[in-house]
Design a protein around this ligand. Structure first.
Ligand code: PNS
Length: 158
């Protein structure tokens, strides 16, 4: 069984991400959730906060490890001896960007395979940015994120 890296900003982790992590953990020997620290975006949560939130939500998954990474994803995957990159796919609008990244990553490092997990219908339009916007406007995000993430979001936007 292969090791997989699941990269992203996770600002913050949502139920959609957790669905992908749980399904990937069934298929792979180990899933390394990799929080990108050099993202062009300015995150709401610090690197440490993003890692902690995922760790708390994945306590029940013994083959999931959470860490940060910077630099090229394929180099990080190689360091971790992971041959698979896991990504989630929601609407068709995700497809072109994800295809471009998957093809580029394979050019950068031959042998790295990107495996896509299709969203479940309830997570189709769920995104970290939408969750942040709803929280910032005082809306209820309890259906979209774990309770500890909701509590942190409320503290952050207060
Ligand atoms: O959750 P996001 O913001 O969509 O995640 C994007 C991420 C972190 C997966 C992507 O930006 C990435 O892989 N960054 C690492 C830098 C890299 O390897 N770039 C070349 C990819 S084609």
């Amino acid at each position: 069984m292969a090791k997989a890296v699941y990269p992203g900003s996770f600002d913050p982790v949502t139920n959609g991400h957790l669905d992908v992590i749980e399904r990937a953990a069934e298929l792979f020997e180990e899933v390394i959730v990799a929080v990108a620290v050099n993202s062009a975006k300015t995150p709401l949560f610090t690197n440490e906060e993003r890692v902690e939130m995922i760790r708390e939500a994945c306590r029940h998954l013994s083959n999931v490890r959470v860490t940060t990474f910077s630099g090229l994803l394929v180099e990080f995957a190689a360091q971790q001896e992971a041959s698979v990159i896991v990504k989630g796919l929601r609407a068709v609008s995700d497809f072109e960007y994800e295809l471009q990244q998957a093809l580029m990553n394979r050019i950068l490092r031959d042998g790295v395979e990107t495996v896509f997990f299709m969203t479940t219908p309830e997570n189709l339009f769920l995104s970290s940015s939408m969750v942040k916007e709803i929280a910032q406007l005082g809306g209820d995000v309890s259906r979209f994120v774990p309770s500890q993430v909701r509590a942190r979001l409320e503290r952050k936007v207060r």
